[in-house]
Unconditional design. Sequence first.
Length: 442
Amino acid sequence: MSRPFAASASARPDRYRWTIGLLLGAGVLVNYFDRVNLAVSHDALVGSFGIRPSTFGQLSAAYSWTYAACQMPVGVVLDRLGVRRVSLWSIAIWGVASLAAAFAPGILFFFAARLLLGIGEAPTFPANAKAVGMWFPQAERSLATAVFDSAAKLANAVGVPLLGLLLLAIGWRLSFVFTAVLSFAYLGLFARVYRDPHRISLRDLVSSQPEHVDAETARGLPETLLLAAAPPIPVRRLLAQPKVIGLALGFGAYNYVFYLLLTWLPTYLRSSLHATAKQSFLFTGAPWIFAFAVEMLVGGLLTDALIRRGRDASTVRRTVLLVGMLCGLGLFGTAHAHSISGALFWISLSIGGLSAAAAVAWSVPSLIAPNSSTGAVAGMVNFSGQVSAIAAPILTGYTVEHTGGFVAAFGIATGYLLLGVLGYVFLLGRVEPIDVRRALAP
């Protein structure tokens, strides 16, 4: 069993846990370089493989098929094996997948490489959510979550221009080699730095008790001990929890917009607003920079600051969730934009608000579920998100191909966001633990 802190950090646990937070953020940055590289390579892949918009939509979704399929089992495996062991295998697999894409001789091989990438990166966000729940107190979790989740936006802000210019200079294949090298470098860094903390069990808290508690014993435990020491809640029981359903619905709506923009924004700027290839790469970064800043400042720093000052934690988190989702509705303004500056304004408003909400949403699994079930809940939520990640590029591709524009595509995303708002309001409700005793009852 791992010690609470690495040897170098045993005297400074506060510094070490923030080192962990930055390490998780670096991992998200690297694996989103892998994801965004496909959107950047759109025109080059069309030239190499002769694909249509609908085919590119399916190719963009390939990664998400395996990513989504792995979410439920990954959550359970994380709760059993721990973050370190699962993540080391995960990073190695996604590095191999990036390398395979670089040398793909045809579209089918490239498609297979994207499927492998989905398998490799599937544990990333559930593992990060679980790690934050283990390493950080509740009053710091919004900022810790924002550190790793905002890295996805920073990757788009930095990655699209960087990889786009790299592609123009050395070609799309070497740009995929570049992301593979980054992945293997991160594998070495993670192996050196990350350790799972010692798992809190009832034996640590009440020396006369067994390692885990059963449903009968759980009835007499205080809430704080129950959340730390409860055994895993069966998956079927978690799936029946309104809070889990509401969180999954809201996160799915957010991720639909995220992947629509991740996979189609450069193409939208070129086809609808007549930007050049270089302009589309550079302009695409602007909304993501704004999203990164808003997520860190509002979803992270402001949320934690208000909670530390005594504001009701649930009210603060629900406010950020709902206001952020409502800002996301600004995406519909993009459908009627007639200039690049106008489109970037509406896109920035939308993804900025959604990013602030996402930081809070990723902290919720560790706030509503016991430690032994956090990975499973995070996997369920991310499964919903990845179903949306599959649907967004495919529906957008078919819609663009048959309507000749993006108005209907942005309208579909706006409707989904409205459903997400309703899920947060009526199903998630207050951000507080589910009834663990009832969930464990025979």
